[in-house]
Design a protein around this ligand. Sequence first.
Ligand SMILES: *Cc1c(COP(=O)(O)O)cnc(C)c1O
Length: 231
Amino acid sequence: MVDLGIQQRLIEVRERILRAVERSNRDKDAVRLLAVSKTQPVLNLQEAYLAGQRAFAENRVQEWMEKDPLLPSDCEWHIVGRLQTNKVKYLNARVALIHSLDRFSLLETLNEQGQRRGLTWNTLVQVNISRDSAKAGLAPEEVPDFLNSIGDYSCVRVRGFMTIGALEASLQETREFFRQLRKLRDSLLSRKWVGVDLQELSMGMSRDFEVAIEEGATFVRVGREIFGERG
Ligand SMILES: *Cc1c(COP(=O)(O)O)cnc(C)c1O
């Protein structure tokens, strides 16, 4: 198989995003592509950077710490995937958004570290919309209480929701889950919670990012379609 290279694959992913945006009559600036660079060597991120990519997502704090100093300072970093509380102390203001706020203990730790170091974290609440027992995230019915308490943690802001499409599901089922997350968000939009706005929906990966855009995603998290299969 011919390897198109990261720059060419990025161009193709961007074109597919644009087409999905147009199909769904959305504004093209309403969707942002995150290049999920976990397990990728720094060279691959640099190649994506040269092709204009600035927003990257990592799922391990250690890996992010190693990569951040090796990339230009105008890169924007997102943390996806389960975040251990004992790793929060290594995060800093270079992290634009944490996509995986999934439990009270993490909320408490983020707030504690934020207070200690004068930082405010932007987060998304991870919702286990498909109720997959193998996945992290709050059950949909737990979300309102969780948002209710955000005001008690002044160093944490919630910007919206994140979910991971079910691996076993068909694209049609996945679409239904994305739609449910959006409906949950829409149903909560009129509620006014301190420290909470619900503008962002992070949903969609390589296999389902177009469906996610059609269902309202504002961030899509794409790894393999940009970088190739992970080693
Ligand atoms: C790995 C990962 C992705 C990207 O998955 P691909 O299938 O490589 O696009 C997106 N979101 C999360 C949370 C991930 O862990």
